[in-house]
Design a protein around this ligand. Structure first.
Ligand SMILES: [Zn+2]
Length: 156
């Protein structure tokens, strides 16, 4: 059964507590970012994951200097890269070996928990913020460069 949990900036979808726990362990924040999470009201693993996600999103906005109104994204946790490939194939009919991707049409991040780390999640969140910020979508290369910029700076 899929579970959904909502934070200020994200709706998280996952299929099992184990997947959520694994995801939480893979997303290790540096000292600066963890300070924000500790201030939040964290009781359950789900609370901790949501607090981490919001912290990463706010840091990514600061890195990009983009603060779009009503920013909200969906994040779907998948077990492994083959699940990401299957979802991508269903949507776009193409075979890929991505560990994560951002669907522009759904404003949704699909991500493999087996492969995830802070940089990968931050990269996809970068795509989501850039997508919400611009009324006219920038060229793909620009979009990608901005996501890479977030990925490199997230832990500064
Ligand atoms: Zn990208």
């Amino acid at each position: 059964m899929a579970k959904e949990a909502k934070s200020r900036y994200a709706t998280l979808r996952y299929n099992s507590q184990e997947l959520l726990t694994d995801f939480n362990e893979e997303i290790q924040l540096g000292r600066n970012l963890s300070a924000f999470v500790r201030k939040a009201n964290v009781v359950t693993v789900e609370d901790e994951v949501l607090a981490k996600i919001d912290t990463i999103i706010e840091k990514a906005e600061t890195i990009l200097e983009m603060f779009p109104d009503q920013l909200h994204m969906k994040i779907v946790l998948l077990k492994e890269a083959s699940d990401v490939a299957r979802v991508f194939k269903e949507k776009y009919g193409k075979n890929v070996n991505y560990v994560a991707f951002y669907s522009l049409s759904e404003a949704t991040i699909y991500i493999s928990v087996d492969d995830v780390n802070l940089a990968i999640l931050a990269h996809e969140i970068g795509h989501a913020i850039v997508n919400h910020y611009f009324k006219v979508r920038p060229p793909y290369n620009v979009h990608e460069l901005m996501a890479q910029f977030v990925e490199k700076r997230i832990d500064d």
